[in-house]
Design a protein around this ligand. Structure first.
Ligand code: NA7
Length: 293
């Protein structure tokens, strides 16, 4: 398919690369010039990239970024044509998504929200899992693109439901990780070797994908960003905003949001969200390190 890929950050760069590898005809655009994807053409603006494309795929930072890419100067809107599909893999507001989709659809194109999970490694290996909102026919049409970038997609309902689901998913990741980080901090302070704690967790029902994925990074004190703290913080704020609008109380997430706020002030925004642990360590006066490491 002829695909315009907009946004070559941590996730987008690998996703566009996998589209090229799968044989699609890809044109890329990134706000800051200079980023390239081998085998893809480069366009100077979103509108130029979208020109003649069957599918425009976005993966940019946040709601404002998607709005600018779509409707700003030289935005995608200028090149929308009948039958074109705009897909968005950024994690943004479900309410704004519905508004963006209405405006795109008024020009004869269709809109699919397709945020994903799987982090940097899933994007690189083409094993992302997408949660998708939109018309079934459009989602079917872009099936080959999902297959090139990921291993599975779930249709969650109409436009906006992909984003709503993503917020519900990241809310859990943030809370599960916080529980894990607090357990590590307490256990270490009480003299338990964290590596032994990890082995125990793995053998019990406390085991989880989050713990399995993050455990080794923590034991190696590797906080380089797989999923940056600033983006998880953005998703927490989006979930709290959606909850407020829907009159839902999320007291656990509200508390965790404060931790992200403090971790940001502590200079950790560009590290992995696992760096929220360092705040707990500071308060406890302890560092989570294995005796064996
Ligand atoms: P990154 O690595 O922070 O990349 C963000 C990308 O978004 C990057 O290409 C940015 O371009 C682009 N960006 C940021 N702001 C804008 C605006 N205003 N206009 C256009 N483009 C913009 O994030 P990830 O790849 O990890 O994640 C992307 C999304 O997927 C995010 O919503 C996650 O939560 C999920 P730059 O190079 O800075 O010019």
């Amino acid at each position: 398919m002829r695909v315009a890929f907009l946004g070559l950050g941590i996730m987008g760069h690998s996703m566009a690369t996998n589209l090229v590898k799968a044989g699609h005809e890809v044109t890329v655009w990134n706000r800051t010039p200079g980023k390239i994807v081998e085998g893809a053409a480069i366009a100077p603006t979103p509108a130029a990239a979208a020109q003649g494309a069957e599918v425009v795929w976005m993966c940019v930072a946040d709601t404002d970024a998607v709005e600018q890419v779509l409707f700003g100067a030289d935005g995608v809107e200028q090149s929308l044509t009948q039958g074109m599909i705009v897909a968005d893999s950024s994690t943004i507001s479900p309410f704004s998504t519905v508004k963006f989709a209405e405006r795109v659809r008024s020009k004869g194109a269709d809109y699919v929200d397709a945020p994903m999970t799987g982090s940097k490694i899933g994007a690189a290996n083409g094993t992302l899992i997408f949660m998708v909102g939109g018309n079934e026919a459009s989602i079917d049409r872009i099936g080959p693109l999902f297959a090139a970038m990921g291993k599975k997609y779930f249709r969650m309902g109409d436009v906006g439901k992909g984003q709503a689901t993503k917020l519900a998913m990241n809310l859990q990741i943030a809370l599960i990780f916080e529980g894990f980080a607090e357990a590590l901090t307490l256990a270490t302070k009480l003299g338990v070797d964290p590596q032994k704690l990890l082995a125990l967790i793995d053998a019990t029902m406390v085991k989880s994908g989050v713990v399995e994925y993050k455990g080794p990074f923590i034991l190696h004190r590797d906080f380089t960003p797989n999923f940056p703290l600033r983006l998880m913080h953005k998703d927490i704020l989006l979930a709290l905003e959606a909850a407020k609008e829907a009159r839902v109380k999320l007291p656990g997430l509200e508390t965790v949001e404060e931790i992200y706020e403090m971790a940001t002030e502590d200079g950790n925004r560009d590290l992995d969200y696992a760096a929220t642990l360092t705040l707990l360590e500071k308060w406890a006066g302890v560092q989570v390190k294995s005796e064996a490491a």
